[in-house]
Design a protein around this ligand. Structure first.
Ligand SMILES: [Zn+2]
Length: 357
């Protein structure tokens, strides 16, 4: 934690907080304020714990706010929303005083795409909407800011894996980006339910988008629907420790074996763990521990299908697609809230004896 704090390593944001004894203030690991002497620093797992110890939140890095969007990001996003055909080049970014490299890093980390990639997806999503509403292709090409039909067709084909004309009746997978204490997540849903939930800094995200598009035979477009809004609410409750079972509808196509594994994962109770060996027995293939591990790793619905609850026989965490720190965080979160609940529901037999005197 000290190393992450001294290096202002953004990968640790949300995983711990730093409190400074001399000022009585607590910060995110990435706080731009001057670093105090390491001996004056105390570390906390949550803001609640830091507050309970009498520390106040820092006004510069605002540790109580969920990974807030910088102003320049909000400005860029609203410009794209207002005029999807708008091209914001690196040169234009610079004239607005924004460093293109920062923009690229931010969008990669938060959206799993470059800024230009995100803007292109948004433009094409608009075009797809128009095509599906029955507008002529010419209008869609013009409205999305492409100068030629062939340029539009190429970009469309690359983004959605199908020619514009073939998408007239396609029900797209809608993608939204959600904030969490563990960093941004990207979520996808069809009309039937949620089909994707991943940490958006995963390197394989673009490949994952392609897989989902292929599995459902439809394009992915930025947007939202009722399932994604419900997921947003349920995730917030989960991270607050007040939700133990997700009820948003899920869609997870896969081989019969993969589906058996994923369904077993859904049966692991909140706050508990199971070994890969246990899971292999539960799906009826006791010797297929490795195949079970692979299917576990291919789970596309992080957190909601709780693959983080699978650990080694010795209790070691082993692997997690979103990183071991996140796995540990999720297990700790669940354990602490499960214990609180157990304490409330089953008071000890000698409860009467421990009443305040
Ligand atoms: Zn701070």
């Amino acid at each position: 934690m000290e190393r992450a704090y001294l290096q202002r390593d953004g990968a640790y944001n949300g995983l711990f907080l730093v409190a400074v004894r001399t000022t009585g203030i607590f910060c995110r690991p990435t706080c731009p304020a001057r670093k105090p002497l390491p001996t004056n620093v105390e570390y906390f797992p949550t803001a609640k714990a830091a507050l309970a110890a009498g520390y106040r939140p820092c006004k510069r890095c605002r540790p109580l706010a969920l990974d807030e969007q910088p102003e320049w990001v909000s400005a860029l996003l609203s410009d794209i929303e207002a005029e999807p055909a708008l091209r914001i080049t690196d040169a234009k970014l610079r004239t607005r005083g924004i460093d293109p490299a920062t923009v690229r890093r931010y969008f990669r980390r938060h959206y799993g795409l470059t800024f230009q990639g995100f803007a292109r997806a948004r433009r094409l999503a608009g075009a797809l909407g128009q095509i599906r509403e029955g507008h002529a292709l010419d209008d869609a090409v013009f409205a999305s800011g492409f100068e030629s039909h062939s340029g539009f067709r190429d970009a469309f084909q690359r983004a959605f894996g199908a020619a514009p004309g073939r998408c007239r009746n396609a029900e797209p997978v809608v993608l939204s980006w959600l904030r969490s204490p563990l960093g941004p997540l990207v979520a996808g849903a069809t009309a039937a339910g949620v089909c994707l939930l991943e940490f958006s800094d995963r390197r394989i995200l673009e490949a994952q988008f392609a897989t989902v598009s292929r599995l459902f035979g439809t394009p992915l477009v930025p947007g939202s629907n009722a399932h994604l809004e419900r997921l947003r609410g349920e995730l917030a409750d989960y991270f607050a420790g007040t939700l133990q079972r997700f009820s948003v509808p899920l869609v997870y196509p896969g081989s019969p074996f993969q589906r058996r594994v994923w369904e077993q994962l859904l049966h692991i109770p909140y706050g508990q763990t199971r070994s890969y060996e246990h899971l292999a027995i539960a799906v009826g293939t006791p010797t297929a521990t490795r195949a079970v591990g692979r299917a576990n790793g291919l789970n596309r619905l992080a957190i909601v299908i709780p693959c983080h609850r699978v650990v080694g026989k010795d209790g070691q965490l082993r692997g997690y697609a979103g990183g071991l720190r996140r796995k540990q965080f999720l297990l700790d979160l669940e354990r602490s809230h499960r214990e609180q609940r157990v304490r409330v529901e089953t008071p000890p037999a000698n409860a009467a004896l421990s009443l305040p005197r």
